[in-house]
Structures are given as structure tokens and as C-alpha cells.
Design a binder for this molecule. Structure first.
Ligand code: SF4
Length: 130
């Protein structure tokens, strides 16, 4: 069984959902005219994902990190500082390697390691002064 949703409805729902929702729905469906058709399993998985509080917290956390970084003037660490952070993360049980490496503790992708304003959620490395 499949479910057909007007693309305009997906766009409307995306306004109230975390960033990436629209792209996620489109990637999991098949576009038929002005509708997207989702298999029932994909529909249920997307519904589960976007109502999972831990997923939503991680998205909000990632958005907060980006905003904080922008407000501080986009400071980045040096290559040496990045190497130290990366080595600590790669040795950490919360690190998950994949298409996009990320920390499963805070949900942030590896790009976080370049942001001087960020710190490890369990204190393995600190934010750096400007
Ligand atoms: S940010 Fe901290 S908790 Fe997350 S993987 Fe790196 S060292 Fe581990």
C-alpha cells in the first residue's frame, strides 16, 4: 500500500517541522505530477522519525550550535586543534562513522569539530577562546 500526498501539503508541513523534512520526504517518495507517493513503510518511518523527541532535540541542538557560531562571528579552530578534537572523537564510544561522521551523544555532524564555539557534551574537549 502507498500513500499519496500533494507536494504543496509537504511544503506546508515543512514549515512546522525540523530543517531537512521536505528533502527527506521527497527522497523517500516517488513524484507523480504534483503529488509524492510514499510506500507505507517509508511513510511510517518518516512519521516515527519526525515525532521522535530525541531526534527533534538533536536537530534543535544542531540549529542552536550554528546560530551561536554565527553570532560569535564564525570562528574556526586551527588544523592542529581540529586534529586533536578529531582524535578524541574517533576514540570515543559515542562517535559513529558513516556517510556523515557524527556524535551520537549530541547528534552533531563532524563539521562541529571545526567550530571554535562548540564543546564536547561530556567534557572531552572544550570550546576555544577567540
Ligand atoms: S563530541 Fe564528545 S561525546 Fe561526542 S563523539 Fe566527540 S568526544 Fe565523544
Amino acid at each position: 500500500m502507498s500513500i499519496r500526498i500533494p507536494i504543496s501539503d509537504v511544503q506546508e508541513r515543512a514549515k512546522e517541522r525540523p530543517p531537512g523534512y521536505f528533502e527527506d520526504v521527497m527522497l523517500h517518495g516517488r513524484i507523480e505530477g504534483d503529488e509524492v507517493e510514499l510506500e507505507e513503510a517509508a511513510y511510517k518511518e518518516l512519521a516515527r522519525k519526525y515525532s521522535d523527541p530525541s531526534f527533534l532535540r538533536k536537530v534543535v541542538r544542531a540549529a542552536d550550535a550554528g546560530l551561536n557560531w554565527a553570532l560569535q562571528g564564525f570562528p574556526v579552530v586551527t588544523a592542529e586543534q581540529h586534529e586533536v578534537r578529531q582524535a578524541l572523537c574517533q576514540a570515543c564510544p559515542h562517535w559513529e562513522s558513516g556517510l556523515v561522521d557524527r556524535c551520537t551523544k549530541c547528534g552533531c555532524a563532524s563539521v562541529k569539530l571545526w567550530l571554535a564555539t562548540e564543546s564536547c557534551p561530556i567534557g572531552k574537549w572544550e570550546r576555544l577562546p577567540e
